[in-house]
Ligand binder design. Structure first.
Ligand SMILES: *Cc1c(COP(=O)(O)O)cnc(C)c1O
Length: 369
């Protein structure tokens, strides 16, 4: 049996062999001309993928590191207004905890798992703050665009419009870890302030890098926030970015892979890439409705990961043992949803053919059971 198991899990995803191989180049010094040229090429392409003309910081960490960056750079220590953390599942909950553990005043806006953060809920939270005597407006709002634990996509544009209308000075911090590169998120068009993602999800790379587009006003805010730390300090990252450097030694091998993968992403075309994700999601959803049911509220299902309600009480572990013999692997439900749901990721460089093969194999398993 081949040791290659195709990962239909929401990160790390299957990485194409050419991309894995692009990492195997001779090392270069990170302060040399070759590294500067590599950084500059990557920067130009990242800005296209993030739909921004501002800047995209590159971090040698997983996306969680940039959660911490957003918390430390964009929210003050002394309750200047604090952050409104919207929570609709396990990842958004963890980001809220990251704000708290960094000592930031955190107001939770929580909905049940499977329910979206609606613009109406955000409106109510902003109005409540406006009417609270002596309270300043929120310094920031944190939104997870695509909640990976429930396979749900929040209505980002509608939420952003409400924030702009009712609380124009509030920075808009968006986690698009499991959507950027698979679902369109237009940083400049929406007027976002921080938009972060990881390498190992829709961008189809190994884990180890993460990226954040940062607006001028978020960078300006950071200059006035104390205790930003060092590794994730936007002011420091900016100083080095202007020279095509990173403050510390970056994961150079991953940058080689990123350089090639960004070429391939732009060759496919961003719109074509989003459309492919949509088609893979539609195939998966139609299958899930036939064999099971979908977990998230109808109309908010993600185009990058489908969360299936396990209405047959199927043994997901047994399914995965069956699939692994065929070189495939899916994801169990996350946290409290384990067993009650399972998840099929259709992100990065997966094709409709891959998805059809997977769903056919699951059908076989169900027929045998
Ligand atoms: C995977 C994931 C994270 C965590 O990212 P890491 O790169 O593992 O640190 C954060 N948010 C969402 C929505 C995710 O799917």
């Amino acid at each position: 049996m081949s040791d290659h198991v195709k990962l239909f899990i929401p990160g790390p995803v299957e990485v194409r062999r050419e991309i894995l191989e692009a990492q195997a180049q001779w090392m270069i010094g990170h302060r040399g001309k070759a590294a500067e040229a590599l950084f500059a090429r990557i920067q130009t392409k990242l800005r296209q993928v993030f739909f921004t003309r501002s800047r995209v910081y590159l971090s040698t960490s997983s996306g969680t590191g940039l959660w911490e960056a957003a918390a430390r750079n964009c929210v003050s220590d002394d309750s200047e207004g604090g952050v409104l953390a919207t929570v609709c599942g396990a990842f958004s909950e963890r980001w809220a905890e990251v704000f708290e553990r960094n000592g930031k005043a955190t107001t939770w806006l929580r909905v049940a798992e499977g329910e979206p953060i609606t613009p109406e809920l955000v409106r109510d939270a902003l109005l409540a703050r406006r009417n609270a005597p002596g309270r300043k407006p929120f310094e920031a709002i944190a939104i997870v665009h695509n909640e990976t634990s429930c396979g749900l996509t929040n209505p980002l544009a509608e939420i952003v419009a409400v924030v702009r209308e009712l609380s124009p000075d509030t920075l808009i911090l968006v986690d698009a870890v499991s959507s950027l590169g698979g679902i369109k998120v237009d940083f400049d068009g929406l007027g976002l302030d921080v938009l972060l993602t990881s390498s190992q999800k829709c961008l189809g790379l190994p884990p180890g890098l993460s990226f954040a587009a940062v607006s001028d006003r978020a960078l300006e805010k950071a200059r006035h926030v104390r205790n930003r730390g060092y590794y994730f300090d936007f002011v420091e990252l900016e100083k080095f970015l202007l020279k095509n450097h990173t403050p510390a030694t970056p994961a150079i091998s991953l940058m080689f892979a990123l350089d090639k993968q960004l070429d391939d992403i732009l060759t496919e075309g961003l719109e074509a890439r989003f459309a492919r994700h949509r088609r893979m999601a539609e195939i998966t959803r139609a299958w899930a409705r036939r064999q099971f049911d979908l977990f998230p509220r109808a109309g908010y299902e993600s185009d990058t990961v489908t969360c299936v309600k396990n209405t047959r009480n199927m043994d997901v572990g047994a399914l995965n043992r069956f699939l692994e013999n065929r070189g495939m692997h899916i994801s169990d439900g996350y946290g409290s949803l384990k067993g009650r749901t399972f998840r099929i990721a259709h992100m990065a460089d997966m094709t409709e053919h891959d998805i059809t093969a997977l769903l056919g194999a699951i059908d076989e398993f169900l027929a045998e059971a």
